[in-house]
Design a protein around this ligand. Structure first.
Ligand code: ADP
Ligand code: MG
Length: 304
C-alpha cells in the first residue's frame, strides 16, 4: 500500500500542497485530477522522491520514500515515473529505447519483452524507427513502454495521453490500463480527461487550492458531485434553484412543468443534441434526440 501522510510542500513560500492524506492499495488504479496548476505534477514528483517534503511522510509498503537529501539517485527502483516531458534517446530505435534498461544477458527474453511492450502501446510498426522521427504522441508511448519494461510495482503517469490523438487514445488507454491491472502494477495517473478516470480508476482525488477537495470512487464523485468544480470535470452541468447540480442527461423535455424556458441553440453531439435553454435569464443544458428550433418555448423535468 502507498500511504501519504500529512504531506506538505512548497517550492517557495506559498504551499503548493498542504496536509495531504491518502492511501492507494497495491494493484489499484488511482487518479489525481484538478485544474492546471493545482499541483498534480508536483504530487507525482513528490511520490517519486524528486523533492524533500516540508512536512509529512510517504510510504510504499514499509519503505519510506525520501527526497534528494537522502539519495543520490532520484526514484526508488520499484517505481517508475513518466513525466509530461519525457526524455528518450532520439538517435536509437523505438525497440532499443524500450529495452534500454533491460539486461542483455538473455537476448531472446529481452526481445520477447520488447515485443510484448510494443504491443501494449501499439507501436509494433515502429519497432525499428528512430525515436527522433516519431510524433509527440508516439514518443509518449515509447516512454510509457520503457517505464513498464522492468516490472515496476508502481507506475506514476503524468497526463499519459496528452499528446496522443483521439484516433488512438481509446484503444491505447484500454490496452495499457488493462495490462497494468492484469500485472497488478499500481498505477497513479494525473489527468484532466474524465475518460482516463471513469472506466478505469478504483479511486480518485480532486486537488484544489493546496487541499484534497474530494476523494472517492469515480461513481461516487460522478453521482454526487458536491460542487461545480467536480461536476465540471465530468460533464456540462446546470445549477438549478432548489435542486442543485444536475447534468444535461438528467433533464428531459416534457409537455408541462414549472421549469419553462426558451431554446437558444442546439449542439450536435453525435448520438444526441445538447440543447441550450434560457431559463429565467440563466443558461441550462439538456440532452435531446433531435435539434430544437431557436426561440421554441419548452418545459423541462428532472429524470434522476
Ligand atoms: P499541475 O500539474 O496540476 O498543472 P503543477 O504541480 O505543475 O500543477 O504546479 C503546481 C504549482 O506549483 C503551480 O502554481 C506552479 O506554478 C508551481 N510550480 C510547479 N513547478 C515549479 C517549480 N519547479 N518551481 C516553482 N514553482 C513551481
Ligand atoms: Mg501537470
Amino acid at each position: 500500500m502507498l500511504q501519504v501522510k500529512n504531506l506538505t510542500f512548497s517550492y517557495k513560500k506559498q504551499p503548493v500542497l498542504d496536509a495531504i492524506n491518502f492511501c492507494v492499495n497495491a494493484g489499484e488504479h488511482f487518479s489525481i485530477i484538478g485544474e492546471s496548476g493545482s499541483g498534480k505534477s508536483t504530487l507525482l514528483k513528490l511520490l517519486y522522491g524528486t523533492y524533500d517534503l516540508n512536512k509529512g511522510h510517504i510510504f510504499w509498503k514499509e519503505n519510506e520514500i525520501l527526497g534528494p537529501k537522502y539519495h543520490l539517485i532520484t526514484g526508488p527502483d520499484y517505481m517508475k515515473y513518466v513525466a509530461q516531458e519525457f526524455d528518450l534517446m532520439p538517435f536509437i530505435t523505438v525497440s532499443e529505447n524500450i529495452g534500454a534498461f533491460l539486461s542483455n544477458f538473455y537476448p531472446e527474453e529481452k526481445q520477447a519483452r520488447i515485443n510484448e511492450l510494443l504491443e501494449v502501446v501499439e507501436l509494433q510498426p515502429f519497432a525499428h524507427t528512430k525515436v527522433k522521427e516519431l510524433s509527440g504522441g508516439q514518443k509518449q508511448r515509447v516512454a510509457i513502454a520503457r517505464a513498464i519494461a522492468k516490472w515496476p510495482e508502481v507506475i506514476l503517469l503524468d497526463e499519459p495521453f496528452s499528446h496522443i490523438d483521439n484516433f488512438r487514445k481509446q484503444s491505447l488507454r484500454r490496452s495499457l490500463f488493462r495490462y497494468l491491472k492484469e500485472k497488478n502494477i499500481t498505477c497513479i495517473v494525473s489527468t484532466h480527461d474524465k475518460e482516463d478516470v471513469l472506466s478505469f480508476s478504483d479511486q480518485m482525488i480532486v486537488l484544489h487550492e493546496t487541499k484534497i477537495m474530494a476523494k472517492g470512487t469515480p461513481q461516487e464523485l460522478f453521482k454526487n458531485p458536491k460542487n461545480k468544480l467536480i461536476a465540471s470535470f465530468f460533464d456540462e452541468f446546470n445549477e438549478l434553484d432548489h435542486i442543485g447540480i444536475t447534468y444535461p442527461h438528467q433533464l428531459k423535455k416534457v409537455d408541462a412543468s414549472p421549469l419553462r424556458g426558451i431554446v437558444t441553440q442546439s449542439f450536435f453531439k453525435g448520438h444526441y443534441y445538447l440543447i441550450e435553454v434560457n431559463l429565467n435569464g440563466k443558461s441550462i443544458f439538456f440532452e435531446h434526440d433531435e435539434a430544437l428550433k431557436k426561440n421554441e418555448s419548452i418545459c423541462l423535468s428532472i429524470t434522476r
